[in-house]
Ligand binder design. Structure first.
Ligand code: GDP
Length: 210
C-alpha cells in the first residue's frame, strides 16, 4: 500500500468508529472541555454541511440534530471514537438574517475560534455551483484574523460537469492563496456520489488525537 492509500485506510477506519452527539452550545460557556483534537465545519446555510458530516461518518441522521428548532444557532459537537471532536458551526449567509443575527454569529464563532487551543483545522465548505461568495470571503478573513488554519472543501461536486468543476476549483484556489491561514489543498466532495470523502477522511484522521 502506498502512503496515500495508507492514509485513506486510516481515515476509513477512524470514521467507521462510533460517533456520538455530545451537545449543542449557544454560548461559549456551554462548549465542552478542550480535550480531543477538534475539527470545525463552517459554511453558508444549505451548503451541504449536514450531508457532508453524515457522509464522512457514514450515518444518515447524525447531523440532523442541528436542524431541530433552536439548534441552528448553536455549535454542535460530535465525538468520534474518543480521538476527534467534530464541531458543526452554525450556517451563515441566511438570506433573511438580520444585522444583529449576523453580529451574534460572528461574536460566537470568533470567540470560539480564538479560544480553542485544540482546534486543529477549520473546514470551510463552498458550494461548487456558487463558488466563493462575499460572505465566504468574509469568513476566510475572520479565520485569518483568528489565526486558525483552515481548508476549503467544495460540496455538491456531482452537480457540475468535469470542466465546470475544474474552473471553479481554479477560481477558488486563486483566492485561497491570498489568505495566509488557508491550506493549499482543495478537496472537491459529493455526499451523493462519495467523491472526495476518502480523501477528506484521510486529511482529518491525520489530525486526530492518538
Ligand atoms: P446544510 O444546511 O449546510 O446542513 O445543508 P444540507 O446538508 O441540509 O443540504 C442542503 C441541500 O443540499 C439538501 O437538499 C441536500 O440534499 C443537498 N445536498 C447536500 N449535499 C449534496 C451533494 O453532495 N450533492 C447534491 N446533489 N446535493 C446535496
Amino acid at each position: 500500500m502506498d502512503a496515500v492509500e495508507e492514509a485513506k485506510e486510516k481515515g476509513r477506519l477512524l470514521f467507521a468508529k462510533p460517533c456520538e452527539f455530545v451537545l449543542g452550545a449557544a454560548t461559549l460557556d456551554g462548549i465542552p472541555q478542550a480535550e480531543l483534537s477538534e475539527i470545525a465545519f463552517a459554511g453558508r446555510s444549505n451548503v451541504g454541511k449536514s450531508s457532508l458530516v453524515n457522509a464522512l461518518t457514514g450515518r444518515k441522521t447524525l447531523a440532523r440534530v442541528s436542524d431541530t428548532p433552536g439548534r441552528t444557532r448553536e455549535i454542535n459537537f460530535f465525538r468520534l471514537d474518543n480521538r476527534l471532536m467534530l464541531a458543526d458551526l452554525p450556517g451563515y449567509g441566511f438570506a433573511r438574517a438580520s444585522k444583529s443575527d449576523s453580529a451574534r454569529w460572528t461574536e460566537l464563532v470568533f470567540a470560539y475560534l480564538r479560544g480553542r487551543p485544540n482546534l486543529r483545522r477549520a473546514i470551510l465548505l463552498i458550494d461548487s455551483r456558487r463558488g466563493l461568495l462575499k460572505n465566504d470571503i468574509e469568513v476566510m478573513e475572520l479565520l485569518d484574523r483568528a489565526a486558525v488554519s483552515y481548508q476549503l472543501v467544495l460540496t455538491k461536486a456531482d452537480k457540475l460537469k468535469p470542466n465546470e468543476l475544474i474552473a471553479v476549483q481554479s477560481r477558488v484556489a486563486a483566492e485561497s492563496v491570498r489568505h495566509g491561514a488557508a491550506h493549499p489543498d482543495l478537496i472537491a466532495t459529493s455526499s451523493v456520489s462519495g467523491q472526495g470523502i476518502p480523501e477528506l477522511r484521510a486529511e482529518l484522521a491525520a489530525l486526530a488525537s492518538t
